[in-house]
Design a protein around this ligand. Structure first.
Ligand code: IPE
Ligand code: IPE
Ligand code: MG
Length: 254
């Protein structure tokens, strides 16, 4: 029962940022003898459910990997269908986002998006910009190598213009030039569908994220699966390079 799982979650120790590689739509559809786009279509229901689940729990940031820069190389009918579905969904869901105080953000190479998609997205960003609840970050036409190259380029330009002294470049500088500069690093990264890889997602930001992999295909992923991932996260010891004794000192008996 989802409620039983929900009770096991310690609300004071939620991951501040959850990032999800929503994978397995195509295989889910093929297994049902359907077209890959049928899987993407059903994946939208999971997005709704998980966004709602995170908002209810009080998670601060949820990043969803919806389309990678490499996904542009898929067959044209899939790319076109996916773009339309993404834009259509965002347009339809803006009122739900506003009702639930959810602020939308988009990270990725917006230059590669068709004009209609870029315009719709811009509108949705503006319409939700005053919301102060869950931050929903859609990674669209995103890849981490694109982001890192882009950041290096922007830093180089600012060095050239004398705005930055190369001697002073540190991790904070790089962080400030990433598309995720306004967000904390993800603490929990979930990938669905039984693949065990990162696929060019937030390579820098995931440095100390807890990774959670599940065989569940994305269109079958629901709140209870999210709760299971969070419970698993809460049972991990996060050491950040230190020793177990340093991070969880044994209490001294009175
Ligand atoms: C994830 O599902 C959605 C996107 C990458 C856009 P896939 O389309 O990758 O589905 P599989 O992995 O082929 O099953
Ligand atoms: C990663 O999934 C990208 C998204 C979920 C949007 P892919 O299906 O594109 O990744 P690979 O090709 O299996 O690594
Ligand atoms: Mg895939």
């Amino acid at each position: 029962m989802p409620e039983d799982l929900l009770e096991k979650i310690d609300k004071s120790r939620l991951p501040s940022h959850i990032a999800i590689i929503m994978d397995g739509n195509g295989r889910w559809a093929k297994e049902k003898g359907q077209d890959r786009l049928y899987g993407h279509f059903h994946g939208v229901e999971s997005v709704r459910n998980i966004v709602e689940g995170c908002a209810e729990l009080g998670v601060g940031y949820l990043t969803l990997y919806a389309f990678s820069t490499e996904n542009w190389d898929r067959p044209k009918n899939e790319v076109d269908g996916l773009m339309e579905l993404l834009v259509d969904t965002i347009r339809k869901e803006v009122s739900m986002l506003n009702k639930n105080n959810i602020r939308l953000h988009v990270i990725g190479d917006k230059e590669m998006l068709p004009d209609y998609a870029r315009n719709e997205l811009q509108e949705a960003l503006e319409m939700t910009s005053q919301n102060t609840g869950l931050n929903l970050v859609m990674a669209l036409s995103y890849s981490s190598r694109w982001e890192l190259v882009n950041a290096v380029k922007l830093i180089a330009l600012d060095v050239k213009e004398g705005k930055i002294d190369p001697e002073n470049i540190d991790q904070n500088t790089l962080q400030a030039y990433l598309t995720t500069s306004q967000f904390p690093d993800p603490e929990l990264m979930i990938r669905t569908s039984g693949e065990y890889r990162i696929s060019n997602f937030l390579l820098y930001q995931l440095a100390y994220a807890e990774l959670y992999f599940t065989n569940t295909r994305w269109p079958d992923f629901r709140k209870e699966n999210l709760y299971e991932a969070i419970i698993d996260f809460q049972n991990r010891e996060r050491r950040f390079g230190k020793t177990s004794e340093q991070v969880s000192p044994t209490p001294v008996m009175a």
